[in-house]
Ligand binder design. Sequence first.
Ligand SMILES: CC(C)(COP(=O)(O)OP(=O)(O)OC[C@H]1O[C@@H](n2cnc3c(N)ncnc32)[C@H](O)[C@@H]1OP(=O)(O)O)[C@@H](O)C(=O)NCCC(=O)NCCS
Length: 217
Amino acid sequence: MSTAATNSTVSAPFTITSKTPIQPTPRVTLSSLTINNVGTLRALNSAIFPVSYSDKYYTEVLESSMEDFNKLVYYADVPVGSITCRFESSPASSPSTSSPLKLHILTLNVLPAYRSQGLGAHLLSHVVEKAGEFPPPAPAPAAPKKGDAAKKAEVKKVEVKERETRKVESVFVHCQVGNEEGKKFYQRGGFEEAGVITNYYSKIEPRDALRLEKNIN
Ligand SMILES: CC(C)(COP(=O)(O)OP(=O)(O)OC[C@H]1O[C@@H](n2cnc3c(N)ncnc32)[C@H](O)[C@@H]1OP(=O)(O)O)[C@@H](O)C(=O)NCCC(=O)NCCS
């Protein structure tokens, strides 16, 4: 597993779509998760979701390879929502290097006071767009310095092994059966129903989850 990201990347500001105009328009930005702000993610998840997430989840969301997909959204510099994802192979039972990748949205939330301004849709379209661009182009190899010749072959091998080369075929999410607003939210983003998973949740009722999926490649 790669180490935790330490630098926060802030996206370009986004224009909100509030029904009642707010002047001046608050600045909305997405920020990468880091060891310093992961506590904010924990607070948002605890405030909004009826289930709790493991320490393993909070470690994995910091993986540097997921920086484009795990974000906090700031509204006028206040953190008000988040999205977290992980890659899964398709089918899940055969994680071979040739099977297509799917991006699984694990959590998406916006604090109630900040809803219906397009922040949720902004987080969702951001990860769908980044999934469509995945894998990012390989970085240009650094010019070898004197004395580097012996190390060259070894460096190349690590790069090939570590760099993901598969495209993402779809983005999917699980939505509790009965959460009609949640379902509509994803359908507006182009997601379609892709089956029901019985007993997906163990601690909340109803236990079944609707899988919603958007094909992108
Ligand atoms: C789903 C959620 C992220 C949407 O955030 P948002 O910033 O309000 O999203 P947008 O402004 O882009 O879209 C708002 C629309 O989403 C829909 N919506 C989806 N889920 C909703 C919910 N739980 N409560 C209210 N509206 C919801 C509404 O139809 C709303 O339409 P409106 O603006 O006409 O009222 C937010 O409602 C939330 O955090 N909900 C609780 C967690 C959750 O259900 N996450 C999704 C798991 S399936």
